[in-house]
Design a protein around this ligand. Structure first.
Ligand SMILES: Nc1ncnc2c1ncn2[C@@H]1O[C@H](COP(=O)(O)OP(=O)(O)O)[C@@H](O)[C@H]1O
Ligand SMILES: [Mg+2]
Length: 397
């Protein structure tokens, strides 16, 4: 990994530092447990144009010690590595005193949960397109030796071209490569998407639990409701007894292929639950000719995931050492993607130019109201426009 190190002196506030790098905060987009997400505008040094980006801001001064020491370094280490057409693109990571700024592609249509709540359940053909895109992202992660561990609608983002991007690697962790199992004993993620083995509280295979969550995700898209409701013990028993069903209003409309796929994903035994490879060659996807082959970007990324051997633990150690550096006036570049118009996915996944910026300042970034000035259209990634979903349900989850 090559990285560029340069020193910057001065007493600018965090916002001013970030502004000097070309980022301007415009509005707040969302909020998580330890983060706030903002819409920002980025003007590159060559000032070729303005790009809308989302910025996830994490203040390590106010998050839990466990999150700061364990999950945050893992999240950043994973973000340094991953690159896939169906995973949100990271443009830069900046540390400014206690604050971490993660600049990424802005998903204009927001997250999938908000979308479903606004428009209803997703029709089967659109669910298949989005389900396959998330599935390919998951296949890439699993082949890269990474489990996501927080797959849910809130972490699926939708672009203006109606493509979805997997995001939020806050609970992601490195696991062994395919065919090997490294059990997890951290019971993380969302209760609604938790597999029976997670609810049971015994060490679990995180890839298999990702597949359970993926099954819940498909169910939610198709039904606009959760397959299981209740308290932990009751839900666990329902899961083991396979006591769930598609909602009556969609049951007769859905194909037997998708019903069979979801059944094989909501399989209580993780040993025989569908893997991501078994899922992607399922009839539900294969019956549609245009979904049988990978496009060149998907192909290149999967091939690289399969071929690149990485020292993942050294990534985490690298990030941890960067996070420990406090009080220094240093900017360290770990990831900085300037060429937004350059063809993507042509090079090796290892980072050629990447960035962590360490800025000395502890001032806060305030919620800046959106301004009224006209902004240029955001540059879009070269993704194919997909068909629009057909809203078919208006009940809340
Ligand atoms: N790139 C983005 N574009 C648009 N909205 C986003 C983007 N990233 C995050 N959001 C919004 O912010 C929310 C929280 O972001 P997330 O990364 O999931 O944080 P957390 O780890 O706190 O859950 C998302 O559910 C989504 O609504
Ligand atoms: Mg999230």
């Amino acid at each position: 990994m090559s990285s560029k190190i340069e020193s910057v002196s001065g007493r600018k506030t965090a916002q001013e530092h970030v502004k000097t790098l070309g980022y301007r905060f415009v509005a707040r987009l969302g909020e998580g447990t330890f983060s706030k997400v903002y819409l920002t505008e980025y003007t590159s040094r060559d000032a070729v144009g303005v790009e809308k980006l989302a910025c996830k801001l994490i203040d390590t001064a106010v998050c839990s010690a466990k999150f700061r020491r364990k999950f945050l370094p893992r999240e950043l280490a994973v973000l340094l590595r991953v690159r896939h057409p169906h995973i949100i693109r990271i443009q830069a990571i900046v540390k400014c005193h206690s604050k971490i700024f993660i600049f990424m592609r802005y998903a204009e249509l927001g997250d999938l949960l908000t979308f479903i709540l606004a428009h209803g359940a997703i029709g089967e053909s659109q669910s298949r397109i989005w389900g396959r895109q998330v599935g390919l992202a998951l296949q890439y992660l699993h082949e890269s030796g990474i489990a996501h561990r927080d797959l849910k609608c809130e972490n699926i983002l939708i672009t203006t071209n109606f493509n979805v991007k997997l995001s939020d690697f806050g609970f992601a962790r490195h696991v062994m490569r395919s065919h090997e199992v490294e059990l997890s004993s951290t019971y993380c993620g969302s209760f609604d998407y938790a597999s029976p083995e997670i609810l049971k509280g015994t060490p679990y295979n995180p890839k298999a639990s990702d597949m359970w969550a993926y099954g819940v995700l498909l169910y939610v898209m198709l039904n606009k409701s959760m397959p299981f409701k209740g308290r932990t013990k009751a839900v666990y028993e329902l899961q083991l007894a396979r006591k769930w069903q598609f909602r009556s209003r969609v049951r007769s409309k859905l194909s037997h292929q998708v019903k069979s796929l979801v059944t094989n994903l909501l399989e209580p035994n993780p040993i025989i639950r569908y893997t991501i490879d078994e899922t992607l060659i399922n009839d539900w996807f294969m019956d549609v000719p245009k979904l049988r082959a990978l496009n060149p970007d998907e192909f290149v990324c999967l091939a690289e995931a399969r071929s690149v051997t990485r020292a993942c633990s050294s990534d985490v150690l690298h990030v941890q050492s960067k996070l420990r550096q406090s009080g220094s006036d240093v900017i360290t570049t770990i990831k900085q993607v300037e060429q937004r118009d350059a063809p993507q996915f042509k090079s090796n996944l290892s980072l050629k130019t990447s960035t962590i910026l360490l800025l000395q300042d502890d001032s806060t970034v305030n919620d800046a109201p959106p301004d009224d000035e006209e902004r240029p259209e955001p540059a879009d990634e070269p993704d194919d426009p997909q068909q629009q979903p057909s809203p078919d349900d208006t009940r809340s989850l």
